[in-house]
Design a protein around this ligand. Structure first.
Ligand code: AMP
Length: 280
């Protein structure tokens, strides 16, 4: 497995692979990899001849006061993990490699980016769409793999690929959880032992929401309010949002319909965590 830090190195590899008619699967990440990322890499490994993983903490998708500087990083551990899963190439650029002097081109999307995480993180999806677009241009993958954990991001990327006629397939993969239910996240490392326990309230709320739907509840507002009430019982938790939205447009809905995304963002102490479930 090779670690490339420049765009030219990646292009040279991809060019050689394409010449041989090999397919390329791509997994974009910010690193500090866990089994959630691992599930994407394994799926890419199973479905493609070559697998590229990018590890890039993208400054453009962090707002002022967010955790860009403190975001956890461990390239050695990540490399060993990628290698064990059979990845062929890691792309690990410095920000200067991705954003040269005078950089001024952005991918801005409307509607889908204005709800949920877009409300509390106004510059986030512009940064995500711009960097993912750049990475697609660099890696030229046949398939790219994203987690359902970031459900809004997945919906946005699918729409971007459709709207901008990008020639690749976007594949969504299920949320990978810890044994006790907490969705795996690089940010879980910020949690103290007490907060780690309190963070279970997110997956408990998801489970409650799923149970209500399974029991036939059709009032989306009722589902959201019961989930919110459960979260509010946890003293260390502060709700950013709990919402039921159309699974494609991300616009709020009143009654249960398919596809429906029920998504939540909750601060546990200073750490903002997300979770969701989808009915489709
Ligand atoms: P990140 O490194 O947080 O930007 O995540 C990179 C990719 O891994 C994104 O497509 C995420 O949705 C996905 N991912 C992160 N955590 C999980 C998880 N627990 N289960 C499945 N996919 C995940």
């Amino acid at each position: 497995m090779q670690i490339a830090t420049t765009i030219n190195e990646v292009r040279a590899n991809v060019k050689a692979w394409k010449k041989e008619g090999l397919s390329v699967g791509f997994v974009p990440t910010m690193g500090y990899l866990h089994e959630g990322h691992g599930s994407l890499i394994s799926r890419a490994r199973a479905e493609n001849d070559k697998v590229v993983v990018s590890i890039f903490v993208n400054p453009m998708q962090f707002g002022p006061g967010e955790d860009l500087e403190s975001y956890p990083r461990d390239l050695d551990k990540d490399s060993a993990y990628c290698e064990s899963l059979g990845a062929d190439l890691i792309f690990h650029p410095e920000p200067e490699e991705m954003y040269t002097d005078g950089f001024c081109s952005y991918v801005d999307m409307s509607v889908l980016t204005e709800e949920l995480c877009g409300l509390s993180r106004p510059v986030h999806f512009r940064g995500v769409c711009t960097v993912v677009n750049k990475l697609f241009n660099i890696v030229q993958p046949d398939r790219a793999y994203f987690g359902q954990k970031d459900a809004q991001q997945l919906a946005i990327i699918k729409r971007m690929v459709q709207d901008l006629n990008m020639d690749l397939e976007i594949i969504g993969c299920p949320i990978v959880r810890e044994e006790d239910g907490l969705a795996k996240s690089s940010r879980n490392t910020y949690l103290s032992a007490e907060e780690r326990q309190a963070a279970l309230v997110l997956s408990k709320a998801v489970k409650l929401g799923q149970e209500l739907v399974a029991a036939g509840e059709t009032n989306a507002k009722k589902i959201v309010s019961e989930m919110s009430a459960l979260i509010e019982k946890e003293p260390l938790a502060r709700i950013d949002y709990v919402k039921a939205v159309d699974g494609l447009t991300m616009q709020q809905i009143e009654s249960v319909k398919e596809p429906m995304l029920v998504a939540l963002a909750v601060y546990i102490g200073k750490t903002r965590l997300i979770d969701n479930f989808m009915i489709s």
